[in-house]
Each structure stands twice: as structure tokens, then as C-alpha cells.
Design a protein around this ligand. Structure first.
Ligand code: NAD
Length: 313
């Protein structure tokens, strides 16, 4: 793990003779002009040029199955080389099916690597290895996450720490490891954090106080990373856009587990959105491709809520 000299600024008070505290780069003196689309490439040259990921390299965490894998597939279909990281020793059967669907003519590939996002030293080293192998890193989707249904009055402090270690610290450390490589290779990439509509609302029928708070923290984290990393500094580092996707309820192994514990919950959740059904993982592919590609070149610090209208009434 890297130790930063800026750690000294924690709790420092004005009189203690330290150098000035670090601040975000001034956007006006470090403008991200290089992220703007180029008319000779992006306008009228070929179909969907803004969405083309040919030759680009991505990392997706939590991608052994579920939502992470669907988002990884979106990036592969657009030509990206995608490294799927997950704590499981072997990916789900779904992953093998997804890998079989990859057509060589797309130019991309799906690669699996076992990685627990709580092992931050190894996570940093693995993401560095991926970037060095390809001499670039263009983006990361931080989708690894866990869920726990427990009333607040009964929550164990170790369970709180475990949830935050994966859902919050894991997301920050994944973003940090990726940003370091983007700085190193002067890649103006994109980071997509998987939050949840549960970061903005409490869910009727489901007692998930810590999960919901962890997702609120992720939404807030995206704004702060965007402020630090979006401008392009004079040395060429930066130009990294950071956004969130906040899904509504999706049918995934995580939610299936909750339905086993609370059998009546599925009907309740279906009735809570304007579409009367839960989402499929593939309904978020377009959003991931949008955020990881040049199609969203002017978007940073945002939270894209895709929830069948759940939070709109
Ligand atoms: N399913 C939903 O309704 C829903 C809604 C909103 C947001 N989300 C978020 O989407 C993301 C994906 O969830 P999902 O529903 O596909 O769940 P899932 O359980 O199917 O997938 C989560 C994946 O993350 C992996 N993972 C968990 N802890 C890890 C760790 N420490 N290191 C590495 N990998 C780890 C798991 O092995 C699993 O493959 C999560 O962040 C979740 O909070 C899900």
C-alpha cells in the first residue's frame, strides 16, 4: 500500500507549521478540453462512434455474476477488453455463458481474476498489473457489494464494519487503484460507482439501514472524486470522470437471498415502482456503456437513477 505525505494533514490545526492543506485543482486553470468529442471522429463518420470502446481496457469488480457481469458484457460488446474481478475463486456459470457469447469481431474480451476488494494491497497491485500489461486503463466499474437485512437496534458493530469495508472502502480503494494507473498512463478515463436508489430513500418493507447508508456514502464519494480528478492538470494527469448508477430493485442472486428470508417482499417491491416489476440486470448495460464511453463526455459527479419510477412517486 502507498502511504501519502498528505496523511499528515489529518486533524492538523492552523498553528502547527505544516505546509498548506491540499486542495482540488482549479478547473478553470486545468480545463478538461481533451474530453470534448472531436467533430472529425465523433460526427457523421461511423455509427455510434461516441460509444465505441475498441482498444480500451476496463476493470469491473463484483463481476463473477449478477449486475457486475451484465455491465462487463456491455463493455465487451462495444469492443472493450474487460477484466472481471470478484472474490469468488471461480465465476458463476453465467460468466462462462457470457464469455462464450463474445464474438472475436467485436475486438474485446472477458477475463476473470479472483480478487477480494477488502485486500486493498493486492487490489492495487492487480490493477497496476492489468494496466502495465496493456499500457493503459480506461475505466472501472465498482460493483462489488453485499446486502444485509437487520433491524438497526440489533445491528452488530462488526457487521457494520464489514458492510462498510466492502460497500464503501472497497469502492474507494478500487477507484483509487484505477485512478493511479490512469494518472500513470495519462488515460482520461471514466469511473462508474454502483450505488443504489437505496442511497437516497429508505425501502418500505426492508430493514437495511447500513446498506442504505453505505450507498449514500458512495453517491457522495462520486461527487468528491469527480471534483479532484475531472480537471486535467498541467502534467496531463486527471481528466477522469466519476459518476454513479443508482439502480432500483434488480433480480440478482443478492435479491434472491433476501426473498428467501422475506417471502412476501417480491410482491411488495413490484408494487412500489411505476412499472409493476423488478429489473433485469441487462437493463443497466446501456447506462454503463454510456458512462464508460465518450458518449457521456460532459458528465461527472452525477448519479444516474434507473429504478422503474420507484423514487419518483
Ligand atoms: N440487486 C439489486 O436490487 C441492486 C439494486 C441496487 C444496487 N445494487 C448493487 O449492485 C451491485 C451488484 O449487486 P448484485 O445485485 O449483482 O449482487 P450479487 O450478490 O449478485 O453480486 C455481487 C458480486 O459482488 C461480489 N462481491 C461481494 N463482496 C466482494 C468482495 N469483498 N470483493 C469482491 N467481490 C465481492 C460477489 O461475489 C458477487 O459476485 C452491488 O453493489 C449492489 O449493492 C443491487
Amino acid at each position: 500500500m502507498h502511504s501519502s505525505p498528505n496523511r499528515r494533514h489529518i486533524h492538523s490545526s492552523p498553528g502547527d507549521n505544516l505546509p498548506p492543506k491540499p486542495s482540488n485543482p482549479d478547473p478553470r486553470t486545468n480545463p478538461a478540453h481533451a474530453l470534448a468529442p472531436k467533430d472529425d471522429v465523433n460526427v457523421g463518420q461511423k455509427r455510434f462512434a461516441d460509444f465505441d470502446l475498441g482498444g480500451r481496457v476496463f476493470v469491473v469488480t463484483g463481476a463473477a455474476g449478477g449486475l457486475g457481469l451484465a455491465l462487463a458484457e456491455a463493455l465487451v460488446e462495444a469492443g472493450g477488453k474487460v477484466y472481471c474481478l470478484d472474490r469468488q475463486p471461480h465465476p458463476d456459470e453465467q460468466f462462462k455463458e457470457a464469455a462464450r457469447r463474445v464474438l472475436p469481431e467485436w475486438g474485446g474480451s472477458l477475463v476473470y481474476r479472483q480478487q477480494d476488494v477488502q485486500d486493498t494491497a493486492h487490489l492495487d497491485a492487480l490493477i497496476a498489473e492489468i494496466a502495465d500489461e496493456n499500457q493503459r486503463l480506461d475505466g472501472v466499474v465498482a460493483a462489488a457489494g453485499i446486502q444485509q437485512v437487520t433491524p438497526a437496534a440489533e445491528y452488530d458493530e462488526h457487521d457494520v464494519a464489514h458492510m462498510m469495508a466492502i460497500n464503501y472502502t472497497g469502492v474507494l480503494m478500487t477507484s483509487q487503484a484505477a485512478a493511479r494507473q490512469m494518472f500513470k498512463y495519462r488515460c482520461h478515463g471514466s469511473i462508474c460507482l454502483i450505488a443504489s436508489m437505496s442511497g437516497t430513500i429508505a425501502n418500505k418493507g426492508m430493514l437495511t439501514p447500513v446498506y442504505n447508508s453505505s450507498k449514500a456514502a458512495v453517491i457522495q464519494l462520486a461527487r468528491n472524486l469527480a471534483m479532484e480528478w475531472s480537471p486535467i492538470r498541467k502534467d496531463g494527469t486527471g481528466g477522469i470522470r466519476v459518476n454513479c448508477i443508482s439502480p432500483g430493485h434488480i433480480l440478482t442472486p443478492m435479491v434472491d437471498k433476501v426473498f428467501e428470508e422475506l417471502p412476501d417482499l417480491k410482491k411488495k417491491l413490484e408494487s412500489e415502482n411505476m412499472m409493476g416489476r423488478l429489473a433485469k440486470t441487462t437493463e443497466f448495460k446501456g447506462a454503463a456503456l454510456f458512462l464508460l464511453s465518450g458518449a457521456s463526455s460532459y458528465m461527472t459527479g452525477s448519479n444516474l437513477i434507473i429504478d422503474g419510477g420507484h423514487t419518483s412517486w
